[in-house]
Design a protein around this ligand. Structure first.
Ligand code: FUB
Length: 337
């Protein structure tokens, strides 16, 4: 092997281990839910260097609606212990324009900076920047990056759930929306875009929670379908040869969960792939709905982040994930009554 080739192989190996956790490593899971100190939902899981970070919504213990206000960041290096780094950003107090509903966020790294994309007010998509994956983040623009009224946006419901994806050629995409998937190509600075909004075709029964990842050269768009299609929301997915589609429906990754909403992310860590999602298992226990059935509707507002392993078939399609529940863990985490 000549020196140039050896160098290229080493650089590729370093790049892979930096972007996927330690390659050659397998992680044992410790039971669900994985985050139990506060209620969390809509987990966007990302690997930066050797650490896996989770960027969830923060469900309020006293919620009577989806009235989330701030974002905590969690990290793990073993997939069992998830460290809460506290509030990394509160758009309602740290921007001059957001007033309510800090829902499902996502985060990505570029050139040593971390960019948090988040929806508020059911109509704005903001971006916040930090030097660290755990924050603190700040608003560099003083206004939303994109909104339901931006030219080219199609949205007949809530304009929420941003997902950011950087392709191998360096182009960054931001996917977002409910009922229709809109996409913008972000500029190199990650806080502006070229002005065009692309509408993604072929996303069968799309409702919300879009997530895009790449595996073996194919683009996977997974999302929550329902509740308007005659069934409870599943996590479904479709595949394409291009990030902008058109996509072709392939199947279901996760059956309906007990929280009403269904929202997930798919990530590689070490040599394994994982599905992060949420359930209401912990709040169902904490709120004791068996004896107080009137509390049941509240459990969908108090969700908890879970993770299970995800497997591909040889043809690149995804096997359905069977959620695991750790009832002992739930029984011993009853602080949130
Ligand atoms: O958490 C609030 C909203 O519920 C999210 O934005 C949706 O994806 C659903 O999970």
């Amino acid at each position: 092997m000549n020196t140039f080739f050896k160098g290229a192989v080493l650089a590729l190996a370093l790049l892979l281990s930096a972007s996927c956790g330690q390659s050659g490593k397998h992680y044992e899971l410790g039971g669900n839910p994985v985050i139990t100190n506060i209620y969390t939902a809509d987990p966007s899981a990302r690997v930066f260097a050797d650490t896996l970070y989770v960027y969830p919504s923060h469900d309020r213990t006293d919620a009577t609606s989806f009235s989330m206000e701030d974002y905590h960041v969690f990290s793990t290096v073993d997939m069992v212990n998830f460290v809460d780094h506290g509030v990394a950003f509160n758009p309602l107090t740290e921007t001059v324009w957001a007033t309510e509903a800090a829902w499902a966020p996502d985060c990505i790294e570029r050139n040593g900076k971390y960019y948090l994309y988040y929806p508020t007010d059911k109509k704005y998509i903001g971006v916040a920047v930090s030097d660290r994956p755990t924050g603190p983040f700040h608003d560099p623009l003083g206004h939303p990056l994109l909104s339901i009224d931006s030219p080219g946006v199609i949205c007949d419901r809530d304009f929420i759930d941003p997902c950011v994806f950087i392709d191998d050629d360096g182009q960054a995409y931001l996917f977002v929306g409910q009922n229709t998937v809109c996409c913008i190509k972000l500029n190199e600075d990650m806080i502006s875009y070229d002005g065009e909004v692309h509408i993604i075709e072929g996303v069968h029964e799309f409702f919300e929670a879009v997530w895009v990842h790449k595996y073996n050269g194919k683009y996977y768009m997974s999302y929550s379908n329902g509740p308007f299609f005659g069934h409870e929301p599943e996590i479904a997915y479709c595949m394409a040869d291009n990030p902008l589609g058109p996509y072709e429906f392939k199947g279901v990754v996760l059956d309906p969960v007990n929280s009403g909403t269904n929202h997930h992310s798919i990530v590689r860590y070490g040599d394994d792939w994982f599905l992060f999602y949420h359930t209401a298992d912990l709040s169902l226990y904490n709120l004791d709905v068996e004896h107080h059935p009137e509390l049941r509707r509240r459990t969908g507002l108090r969700r908890s982040v879970c993770v299970d392993r995800l497997f591909y078939n040889p043809d690149g399609t995804i096997q359905k994930v069977i959620p695991t529940v750790d009832s002992l863990k739930i029984r011993t985490n009853t602080v949130l009554k």
